[in-house]
Design a protein around this ligand. Structure first.
Ligand code: MRU
Length: 346
């Protein structure tokens, strides 16, 4: 069982992360022992994926308290460190959500905060298992097939969560039921979460798959090579609009045109009750260098500017199902007001 993020007490209190920047060739764990190190790890995508960031936020508050005790921080310094963790990346709501789940316990001290962070992590694992079952059940009930050919974008597996996975969790569940023929994994430029991470997980799980360039996805869908597409989410607005890795909306558009079901799988913690629609979601803009360079080699002529939004927003009316551990929403079939009212109850 892959654990992307755990809390360890030996040799000292730390957040243990598998370094996702080094996968698939090097499986290296690092122990994060300071707020600064955690913020850097989040920014560099050593730990990534919305639910894993939720756990990083929750454990991050415990880390702040441990560091603050060692260094004699006052309340203001602790609050500033908590805010730095909360704001380390802007789009995945789970990061701020994870911090907010445990920060109210700060006055009760380190042990109470750590216990609450463990509860956040355990709840995420349970949510993933449950939403995977619900997603598989929904697909089988609505689009019965002997076996499914599926397309997915980015990485939404155990690496992106505390365990199991969301969209990849649904694929795992279908695989365990003997229902997966093949997965098309988009490579996911520029940081290659699909080719580096999703294929690493699928290979370990023994799930038949191939990696394709992002530009192939719409053609693969329009040519009838997949039975459904499924992605995760970084933030789901109240109207069902969904922010996810850049390239997701192109997959949704192609599915809509081809009549292929397009599913979003995410825990309820990814639904942001404060955000009315996708237009209100902040999209992280990352360094041009991630586009202009590959493996340290410049791809573009000197001086050319890049454009590197890390996420896009898929409008709710392109989504057949939003699968959470509590309920499945069907934005294409349901009135927008109904989706909003139902999401608001999560
Ligand atoms: O930039 P990343 O790698 O953190 O982006 C991750 C994604 O877009 C995932 O699809 C999303 O967080 C869901 S992970 C279960």
């Amino acid at each position: 069982m892959i654990r992307a993020i755990t809390w360890v007490t030996e040799p000292r209190h730390a957040i243990r992360l598998i370094d996702q920047t080094k996968l698939p060739h090097t499986e290296e764990f690092i122990d994060v022992v300071s707020t600064e190190q955690l913020v850097d790890a989040i920014a560099r995508l050593v730990v990534r994926g919305a639910p894993a960031l939720g756990a990083a936020g929750a454990y991050g508050v415990a880390l702040v308290l441990a560091e603050g005790a060692a260094k004699g921080w006052d309340d203001a310094a602790i609050a500033a460190a908590v805010a730095a963790v909360r704001e380390a990346r802007p789009t995945a709501v789970n990061l701020a959500w994870g911090v907010d789940q445990v920060a109210p316990l700060i006055p009760q001290g380190f042990a109470a905060v750590l216990a609450a962070a463990h509860a956040v992590a355990a709840a995420d694992e349970a949510a993933n298992r449950e939403l995977a079952r619900r997603g598989a059940d929904w697909l089988i009930a609505n689009y019965p097939r002997e076996k499914y050919r599926v397309l997915t974008h980015c990485n939404t597996g155990a690496l992106a969560t505390t365990a199991w996975g969301t969209a990849l969790g649904v694929i795992r569940e279908l695989h365990e039921r003997g229902l997966v023929e093949e997965v098309y994994a988009d490579e996911t430029r520029p940081l290659l979460q699909g080719s580096r991470l999703t294929s690493w997980e699928l290979k370990k799980l023994g799930i038949a798959h191939r990696v394709q360039v992002d530009g192939a996805a719409s053609s693969t869908i329009l040519r009838g090579l997949v039975d459904f597409a499924i992605i995760g989410a970084d933030r789901i607005a109240l109207n069902g609009d969904t922010a996810n890795k850049i390239g997701s909306v192109a997959v949704a558009l192609a599915c809509h045109r081809a009549g292929v079901p397009f599913l979003v799988a995410a825990p309820a913690s990814t639904v942001d009750l404060q955000t009315a629609s996708g237009a209100d979601i902040e999209i992280e803009l990352r360094s041009d260098d991630e586009v202009n360079f590959l493996g340290g080699q410049r791809l573009t002529p000197e001086g050319v500017a890049g454009y590197n939004p890390a996420f896009d927003v898929t409008p709710a009316d392109l989504i057949d199902a939003i699968v959470t551990e509590k309920a499945v929403f069907e934005p294409k079939r349901e009135e927008s007001a109904t989706v909003m009212a139902r999401l608001a109850t999560l």
